[in-house]
Ligand binder design. Structure first.
Ligand code: GLN
Length: 484
């Protein structure tokens, strides 16, 4: 049984009140967040208020669902009405959205208890959570190491037992890679499965909100709750109603898992070994394995960086000191000068680099050579994945090339971008993938693997992930926070 069901039973039988539960988490956050830096804003009052409402619902036995009264956290790029949403950027300090993101309003409608907003790389650009204006989040398994990123705080909060589950966002790997570094389950849904309304845009054609938790059951419950059509996001599917939770226990015997050698090429031997032994476990569970070549994957990372930067340069043009957040405190002689000063002060180096790169690849004369070529590669890769799924039901691959690296590791931008080598192809193809723990390194750090599925095939990959978790013993909790 996952944690959500376990806590739901306690709440339902009134062995524990939602208020007591929320208080336990809030006290643990008071105690442990200084070390973990998972939260950048704790919403104590609101949490206690919604816990109280949840208790009333349980008392009356009305409007109660599995998520009622369960304490959770949101990445700080998911809009919360009236509560600061900063994307961990100086430029958005003080910005309070006027509306809730759809994913959040759906959870709220079910009585979710929001504990706070979590740390992230600035505007979700990064893989270490170190570009946050609030300083890096620290990995609960070893606080000298990175939580991964960009949804590092969302992963750190759950792995550090400071939230039962959390939402992150995944544009090129930002849910899966931190989930892998922190020993969690993290789902990047099919593009269009979850509404992006209220998710602060990084690269709109790639961004998806996804859940993280300790178990596949918990992730399934949350995913089912946030997925589905939304008139506020025209790219959300009009018809998709996933029932991943209900289908977790389906028989998987005779299913086929594909292995794509290109996705193993750059990973450390420890990671490769753990994923290979997971393949053996699956074989033992009656799964067939096939090797599938997708040579296009070689170009996925450059294509990702061209497309993501191009879209970011346009999306981030709105932070000009006029409508949102920060405006320069220095004097200015013209509107132009105000904007230049505001943006120079408000964005950090990584965000500026991406805006410059995006502007360059879209500029006249270079657009055909970079942006259009990357679009063609995206089409090629999507087709290649579709073809691969004619031969298998899911693809198994490492999530990240390494386990959690040390915070402060000085990497060049290109070295840092390599952290996304296994995850970015999935976003480019728009398909879903779930990352889960498949072993531990000699430093006792979690190793993550991902199951990649066909478009809107979350049920199939979650089914496989669930069976794997049932047959293995890799769910471990770090020594922080609330011990259930
Ligand atoms: N690490 C990737 C990047 O730096 C992915 C980020 C994300 O998925 N938001 O762009």
């Amino acid at each position: 049984m996952g944690r959500i069901e376990y806590l739901h039973k306690l709440l339902k039988h009134r062995e524990l009140s939602a208020r007591e539960l929320a208080k336990q988490y809030l006290d643990a956050i008071d105690r442990d967040n200084t070390a973990l830096n998972a939260y950048v804003n704790v919403t104590r009052e609101e949490a206690l208020e919604s816990a109280q409402k949840a208790d009333e619902a349980f008392r009356k036995g009305e409007g109660v669902g599995l998520l009622t009264g369960i304490p959770m956290a949101l990445k700080d790029n998911i809009s919360t009405r009236g509560t600061e949403t900063t994307c961990c950027s100086k430029i958005l300090r003080g910005y309070k959205p006027l509306y809730d993101a759809t994913a959040w309003s759906r959870l709220k409608a079910q009585g979710a208890v929001l504990l706070g907003k979590t740390n992230m790389d600035e505007f979700a650009m990064g893989s270490s959570c170190e570009t946050s204006c609030f300083g890096p989040a620290h990995n609960p398994f070893d606080i000298s190491r990175s939580t991964g990123g960009s949804s590092g705080g969302s992963a750190g909060a759950v792995a550090g037992n400071l939230a039962v589950y959390s939402l992150g966002s995944d544009t090129g790997g930002s849910v899966r890679q931190p989930a892998a570094f922190c020993g969690l389950v993290g789902l990047k849904p099919t593009y269009g499965a979850v509404s992006r309304s209220g998710l602060v845009a990084f690269a709109s054609s790639l961004d998806q909100i996804g859940p993280m938790a300790q178990t596949v059951e918990d992730v399934a419950i949350v995913f089912d709750a946030i997925a589905g059509a939304d008139p506020l996001d025209s790219t959300s599917s009009k018809t998709y109603v996933p029932q991943t939770f209900k289908n977790l226990n389906n028989d998987i015997k005779g299913k086929t898992i594909g292995i794509v050698p290109q996705l193993f090429s750059e990973v450390s031997s420890e990671v490769a070994q753990a994923v290979e032994s997971a393949l053996k476990t699956f074989e033992g569970m009656g799964i067939n394995l096939v090797s599938i070549d997708i040579p296009e994957i070689h170009y996925a990372l450059p294509a990702y960086h061209i497309l993501a930067c191009a879209e970011a340069s346009s999306n981030l043009a709105r932070y000009d000191g006029v409508r949102f957040g920060h405006r320069t405190g220095e004097g200015f002689a013209s509107v132009n000068e105000m904007m230049i000063k505001t943006r120079s002060e408000g964005f950090s180096q990584e965000v500026k680099r991406r805006i410059l790169m995006g502007t360059y690849v879209l500029s006249k004369g270079y657009c055909d050579a970079y942006y259009k070529k990357a679009q063609l590669l995206r089409e090629g890769l999507s087709t290649a994945f579709e073809k691969a799924f004619e031969k298998c039901d899911a693809i198994l691959a490492p999530t990240a090339p390494t386990t959690a690296f040390r915070t402060g590791t000085q990497l060049s931008p290109v070295e840092a971008y390599k952290a996304d080598i296994c995850t970015a192809p999935v976003n480019i193809a728009g398909v879903p993938a779930v990352s889960l723990c498949c072993g531990y390194s000699h430093h006792e750090l979690p190793v993550g693997m991902q199951l990649i599925g066909r478009r809107f095939g979350e049920e199939a990959i979650m089914n496989l992930a669930y069976k794997f978790q049932q047959n293995t013993d890799f769910v471990r909790t770090a020594d922080w926070g609330v011990r259930l």
